[in-house]
Ligand binder design. Structure first.
Ligand SMILES: [Zn+2]
Length: 163
C-alpha cells in the first residue's frame, strides 16, 4: 500500500508527450484550410445526394507533432499547401467525384468530363479519408482531415495522437 506521503513520487513519466493538468497527452497541432469545388452523387442512397450536384467544400488538414522544428513550427503552412492544395487542385477541384462503379462514369468520360473515381461512395466521410491517406503517404504527420460539405456539416477522418 502506498502511503499518502508518496503520491508526489508516483507521477507517471511524461514520455514523448507532455501532460496537461488533467493527465492527458498534449501536442502541437496546426490546421490549414483549403477550399475546393466538387460534384458528386451517391449510389444506394434515397436522399437528394443521389442526384448529380455540387458543393463548395472546405478541407481542414490538421498536422500534429510532439515537438517543434528549429523554426518553432510543426510544419510550415506553406508546405501543407504545396503538398495538399496542389494535389487537390489537380485531382479533385472542379471534378466529379464518383464511385468507380457508377454507370455515369462511362458517359461523363466519353464527353471528356473530368472525374475522380473512388472505390467507395463519394460521401464526405470517404472524401476526407482519401485526402487523409494522400497526406499521410506524402509524409505529413496528419492527425485529422475534416471535410466541410456545407457550412454546417463536416465529416472527419483521423487517428489518436501518437504516443
Ligand atoms: Zn452532396
Amino acid at each position: 500500500m502506498i502511503g499518502s506521503g508518496d503520491f508526489r513520487h508516483t507521477r507517471a513519466p511524461a514520455g514523448r508527450f507532455g501532460f496537461n493538468e488533467g493527465g492527458g497527452p498534449i501536442s502541437h497541432r496546426v490546421t490549414k484550410h483549403i477550399d475546393f469545388c466538387y460534384g458528386h452523387r451517391l449510389l444506394n442512397y434515397e436522399g437528394k445526394c443521389r442526384h448529380l450536384h455540387g458543393h463548395n467544400g472546405k478541407v481542414e488538414v490538421e498536422v500534429v507533432s510532439n515537438h517543434l522544428d528549429h523554426r518553432g513550427m510543426v510544419v510550415d503552412f506553406g508546405d501543407i499547401n504545396k503538398v495538399i492544395k496542389t494535389w487537390i487542385d489537380a485531382e479533385l477541384d472542379h471534378k466529379m467525384l464518383l464511385h468507380r462503379k457508377d454507370p455515369l462514369v462511362a458517359v461523363l468520360q466519353q464527353h471528356r468530363q473530368p472525374c475522380y473515381l473512388m472505390d467507395a461512395n463519394p460521401t464526405a466521410e470517404n472524401i476526407a479519408k482519401v485526402i487523409f491517406d494522400y497526406a499521410h503517404a506524402q509524409g505529413l504527420q496528419v492527425a485529422e482531415v475534416r471535410l466541410w460539405e456545407t457550412p454546417n456539416s463536416f465529416a472527419s477522418y483521423g487517428r489518436p495522437a501518437p504516443g
